[in-house]
Unconditional design. Structure first.
Length: 497
């Protein structure tokens, strides 16, 4: 019987983190783009695009178009000489880009007093608690059109993910990928599965574009066979992250342990989203599944234990996540907590902070401050918004959305394109079906006693507006949600002159 060799590096405490399994995006969906006035070409129609994902080039086209709009004063911004100065946007780009200039001729922004007359009575709904906060900003100019307690730092719930998205994109860029690799230590036949923090790694049948343990096993087995190796000691390396793996809320079906190595979010069934019981040790689970895959490919592997790959180890194979832009969109659309925590840690690593909750807090705050955003009072105790100690202001949320729409920052655009579309995608699929479906794009936030909504809408005059509504100390979540939806619908329908 093959005996497990003792690794050269002292074993580490076993770590584990959940892997995020992904819902396959819809192939076709109808997009109602509202705005009946000002001759807008945003009317209802079929958009043959893969939701906010990139297989159809939607995000790429929007990013290129934003970059083209910012090409002034002779600055090239990376455009290849001879190419068109303004790339043709993807079919669903107009609703996102309206108000950024050049898409349509729109009227001036809503009048502040008229906007207050429309929104203030709605925000006084008792369902929203004693002191809700709100802000509405004209994305074109960045001017705040409306505010009530806009600088109050409240518990934001999952709207925190907007901040996580902007910070991650700013720190790493939209094309950054996360890599999982298998490394062979010399002279020992020890194979180390090295976690790179990819929250999309799957042990299921490979989905085009996602990192697959099956593909990694294929490559690893082939590389080992070339070396004449048929038996290995299998280990795993989770040293990319530091600090506690357990989220402050404890064991919870909404996320797994925060580990740089996991498969399918550590889910214990075939689900790809939503709450579900997770495995107790995602890293060991992923490595065990990898070992089983190696065995089915003719490589005998021991049961895995924790270790650390040395600098002398040679890479046998590797697989990479989709680009960061896709991870951000997925996180926002489905309010994926596992991706959010991974991106917060990756932001910390990219900026030289410790890869733990505290380091991520410092990193996200610093990135947003560096973008000139109003972070006073903000606290990022996690990346997902599950921590009740998080604090954001309505002013910061609208500033984040406005910055993401800025043509000077096309790298941040996925923070907009990933927002759920009212009545159609993600966490807004079943909301606004008889209201502002297709017009509102927003991130929801819900905890016990907390309801929030932040996103963008195109008003009746074709103006792109960013909004944020935060309500704490709510007692009826359904009533609070309806009150927020009504406010967003009113904003979308408002000419407010």
């Amino acid at each position: 019987m093959y005996k497990r060799q003792k690794p050269r590096v002292a074993r580490l405490a076993r770590a584990g983190k959940p892997q995020v399994a992904w819902v396959t995006p819809p192939k076709t969906w109808q997009y109602t783009a509202g705005a009946a006035t000002a001759g807008l070409a945003l009317a209802a129609g079929v958009v043959t695009a893969t939701g906010p994902w990139d297989s159809s080039g939607q995000r790429t086209a929007e990013r290129d178009r934003a970059a083209a709009l910012s090409r002034v004063g002779g600055t090239d911004h990376g455009r290849v000489p001879g190419t068109p100065a303004q790339p043709r946007p993807a079919p669903s780009a107009d609703p996102v880009l309206t108000g950024l200039g050049g898409v349509n001729t729109v009227r001036s922004a809503p009048h502040g007093k008229a906007l207050a007359n429309a929104l203030t009575p709605l925000l006084k709904d008792p369902a929203l608690g004693p002191r809700p906060a709100a802000a509405v900003v004209d994305v074109t100019t960045g001017r705040r059109l409306y505010g009530t307690n806009p600088d109050a730092a409240l518990t934001p719930a999952s709207t925190t993910k907007i901040a996580t998205a902007v910070a991650a994109l700013s720190a790493m860029g939209p094309d950054h990928r996360l890599t999982t690799r298998a490394a062979l230590e010399p002279d020992t036949n020890e194979v180390v599965l090295v976690g790179g923090g990819d929250p999309t790694l799957t042990a299921r049948e490979a989905i085009d574009g996602w990192a697959s343990l099956r593909v990694l096993a294929d490559r690893t087995a082939a590389a080992l066979a070339q070396r004449g190796i048929r038996e290995v000691t299998l280990s795993y390396d989770t040293t990319r992250y530091t600090g506690p793996q357990m989220h402050p809320i404890g064991v919870n079906p909404n996320l797994a342990l925060v580990s740089p190595l996991m498969a399918d979010e550590g889910r214990t069934n075939d689900s790809t989203s939503g709450p579900v019981t997770r495995v107790t040790d995602p890293a060991t689970d992923a490595a065990r599944r990898f070992g089983d895959l190696l065995k089915s490919r003719g490589i005998k592997a021991t049961f895995p234990g924790p270790s650390k790959a040395t600098t002398r180890a040679s890479t046998l194979g590797e697989v990479s996540s989709p680009p960061l832009s896709t991870l951000v969109e997925r996180m926002l659309t489905n309010s994926d907590n596992d991706i959010a925590e991974a991106l917060a840690r990756q932001t910390a690593i990219a900026t030289g902070e410790s890869a733990d909750f505290a380091g991520a807090d410092r990193a996200v705050t610093a990135r947003l401050r560096g973008l000139g955003l109003p972070v006073d009072g903000a606290r990022f105790k996690d990346g997902s918004g599950l921590n009740r100690a998080d604090r954001l202001t309505a002013n910061l949320l609208t500033a984040l959305l406005t910055k993401a729409a800025d043509p000077a920052h096309p790298e941040l655009r996925p923070a907009l394109t990933g927002l759920p579309v009212a009545g159609f995608t993600g966490t807004l699929t079943t909301r606004y079906t008889d209201g502002a479906a297709g017009v509102v794009r927003a991130k929801t936030g819900t905890l016990t006693g907390v309801n929030a909504l932040a996103g963008t809408t195109v008003d009746q005059d074709g103006r792109l507006l960013a909004f944020a509504f935060l309500a704490n100390n709510t007692t009826n979540p359904d009533a609070a949600q309806k009150a927020l939806d009504k406010a967003a619908t009113t904003l979308a329908r408002c000419g407010c002159r």
